[in-house]
Ligand binder design. Sequence first.
Ligand SMILES: [Zn+2]
Ligand SMILES: [Zn+2]
Length: 134
Amino acid sequence: MFLRESTALPTPRNRFPNDEGRANMNEMYQHYLQSADWQKKRRQKRTRTNRCGICATTEDLDVHHLFYRRDLTKTRMEDLRVLCRRCHTIAHELIESGVLAFVNRNHHSRWAVTKSAVKHALGISHRNAFAPGI
Ligand SMILES: [Zn+2]
Ligand SMILES: [Zn+2]
């Protein structure tokens, strides 16, 4: 089954950029979030998708980057996923604490790993994830 192919593995710390690299990245990213380009793409994504890709709620929706392109203005719709605030927060906690390891930059793989780990953290089983009412 699709979701089972991707298992979250422990990630060695050395796979992350050093603190300075991370600070530069954050600064660039914060700057990008203010840009008209991002406002447009974010709106576009939200217009196409009006529910959380993990728990399916329609409340408090954010737009999440599966990965960041070196040039953020080259961000494409497929790089983005709509997540509710709760699932988004959990996803970032898992990613930033190094719990999730992404084996490659493939969108499907990243999304499957993220989705599966957040569902696990929330106690939502894969089978029931898209059942009505969740
Ligand atoms: Zn959600
Ligand atoms: Zn995000």
